[in-house]
Every structure is written in C-alpha cells, then in structure tokens.
Design a protein around this ligand. Structure first.
Ligand SMILES: [Zn+2]
Length: 204
C-alpha cells in the first residue's frame, strides 16, 4: 500500500522522508508508519480502513498524536481538507528574550480548522528544530535581496532551458508546486519562507 501511495514525505509535517525501500541483501523493508486518524484503541472497526491510515513519520505518529481523537467538526482530516481556502503558512519572528528566531504557523482565517490541527499536532513547534534551514534562507536574502530565482536564471542562461520548477528543485532540494509537496520534505516550509522574504514570486 505504501508503494502504491508513493508518499515520500510525512503527510502531517512534511519534514521527514517516509520512503519505501527494500534491502537487496535480506529484503529488510523500510516503510512509513501509519497513524490511525481515529485511534484503534477507541475505534477498532476502523483500524484497517484506508481513509483512517495516514502515512506518517515516527514523530507525528507516536510522539505527538498518539490516542487523541480529533473531531471532524473541529479539525481537518489530511485526506479531505488540507489544501483548501482554510490553508495556513509558516512564518517567523525575532524573539527578543531568547535572542533568536521563532518559527510559527499562521492563517489568514483566524479560526482556521487547519491551523488548529497543525497546532494540535505540534507541527509548528517541530519546525523550530529547523532553525538552521531558516537561517540559510535569511542569509540568502541578505546576499541577494529579492527575486533570487530570477537572478539565478539570469546569471546562468543555460538554466533557462529548464522549467522554473526544475531550477527551483535543483537549487533548494524541494518542490515549488503545492501538488508536489508530498515528494520532498520541507517543501511547504521553504516555499512559505522564500515567499515571505520575496526571494521568489507567487507566480513562479
Ligand atoms: Zn511527520
């Protein structure tokens, strides 16, 4: 099932790879964990329901969500509502007391159910383990100002024979299109921060 789904990054956090790989030597299988959206301890009839099995990383499955029941009228099921107007974005601010940056999730809709879900799963807090990645992008901003991707393509004309999404992937190691975020961890986070700093445009 994991091979058929071909999810390469955690459905919830988009931070970790959840690849499927079988060892050539002894057939040892590397595969994602499956979170039960409705916990099997409380909803045993749903324990093998396809829509209740969410391919995820160990942090999201075991450490955070565990047996919590997320009611559908309050939270967003990742197969149903994670890509709609109820969306959210990652951003950051400088925290004076800690003398450094703090990464947070925000939504233009104050009562966004999706934002509530992200906070409940502590995904925004997990991203504070990725401050080095944030600092790299901030350094890029200091060095190049705005429109970094356009500067890059203008500096290396041969790159213009590639699609923008390919140049972006080659350079940042992540995907630019929301529909492709599942292929590469950190895709959403990096794109949100690159947009915030105007290193890329919304239409790229
Ligand atoms: Zn995860």
């Amino acid at each position: 099932m994991a091979e058929m789904l071909n999810m390469r990054a955690c459905t919830y956090c988009n931070r970790d790879y959840i690849l499927v790989h079988r060892s050539d030597d002894d057939g040892t299988l590397l595969c994602p964990q499956y979170d039960h959206w409705y916990p099997q301890s409380k909803f045993p009839l749903l324990q093998v329901s396809f829509y209740n099995l969410i391919p995820s990383c160990g942090s999201c499955n075991s450490s955070v969500k565990s047996d919590s029941v997320l009611r559908p009228d309050e939270y967003c099921h990742p197969y149903m509502e994670w890509n709609n107007d109820d969306s959210f974005y990652y951003t950051y601010y400088h925290h004076k007391e800690i003398g450094g940056y703090k990464i947070i999730a925000k939504s233009s809709h104050n009562n966004s159910a999706l934002l509530k879900t992200v906070k409940k799963l502590k995904i925004d807090q997990m991203y504070n383990g990725h401050l080095p990645e944030l600092l790299d992008i901030i350094d890029l901003k200091r060095a190049y100002g705005e429109n970094y991707l356009k500067i890059l393509k203008n500096s290396f004309p041969k790159l213009n024979s590639f699609k923008t999404s390919d140049v972006y992937r080659m350079h940042f190691g992540t995907e630019i299109q929301e529909k492709d975020f599942y292929k590469k961890p950190m895709s959403k986070f990096k794109k949100d921060i690159l947009l915030k700093l105007k290193l890329i445009d919304d239409d790229e």
